[in-house]
Design a protein around this ligand. Sequence first.
Ligand code: KG4
Ligand code: ZN
Length: 351
Amino acid sequence: MKKIRILAFETSCDDTAISIVENGKKVIVSEKISQVEHSDWGGVVPEIAARLHSENWRSVLEVCLEKAQVKIDDIDYFACTKGPGLQTSLLTGTTVASFLSLLYQKPLIPVHHIHGHICAVFLDSILNPLFPELVLTVSGGHTQLHLLTSPTTWEFLGKSLDDAAGEAFDKVAKMLGLGYPGGPIVSEFAQKGNRRKYEMPKIYLEKDSLDFSFSGLKSTVYRLIEKEKITNGEILSQNFIQDVCASFEFTVGKIFLKKVERAFEKYPQANNLFFVGGVSANNYLKMVFSDFLRTIGKILITPQKIEFSTDNAAMIGSAAYFLVKKNPNIAKVQFIDANARLEMTSIKEKI
Ligand code: KG4
Ligand code: ZN
């Protein structure tokens, strides 16, 4: 059977990522340029992101084609992230992919960013999921729970009502003066800290809620830091930083665990847990989930490589493959508009 090759673009935030994926799983090449320029600002600056995407996409594409020894003629489809994300960033990917689609008269497939994150578990993997699967997607912009009934159908279960968990990691890092992106740095400091040093609020919301809230946790960290500065001076000690990071990570783990436990109670038909998105690169959280899942006879499924947890274009190529396999009509020679607020509405399917 002919293999389907997709050239995918992902530019929803601060990575200019391009990849070629075969049959939704085999990553032929996956390249990106991450914009370190934002670290001075403690967050992504939309204008800077847009400028860097438009400066960088061409060299990333050239490296991809060169490394894969593939010509555009060998590509079956183009794919790009349509949204959600930063409008200024999304525009580069959608415009370049649309331009190539029209120029080469090859069909283009629009992909939802979170659908991409979910499909990251298939990359370079021999995984055969037992649908339905519970999916926790945690990134800088999203914290969501879905019940996945196939690679292209899902039911929405819950989301963060305020900050995304990745955003909370980034804000804690900023308050502690640790740089951006905050997740990996906070996690590193947390390893040496005392996870039970500071009691932080575990907001579980109503009894059966599968939504999340992290803003109270962030404010608690802010108040702790202010108090510490008044008592011990403006410069925070290494011990203090480590203990705050450890207590914060511990609390995030408790909140996630509670929601995952609730979700499995409410949806006992769910087989295992997919944990995806940038925060799924976190080793402590992976350990917390694995330990719990073992007690209920389930397993944790995460992307094979850390680079597939954080933003990448291979995941977009994978999602595009499953979409076009299900409905060939979605792939057209077309111009796609970026949509910063694209919803991921439930697509229910009887199983
Ligand atoms: O999925 P992603 O690359 O981009 C978005 O779609 O937002 O996620 C980025 C987020 C950032 O907030 C970053 O701090 C967080 O993922 N992150 C982590 C880790 N690695 C990345 N958070 C916790 N622990 C990590 N090891
Ligand atoms: Zn993402």
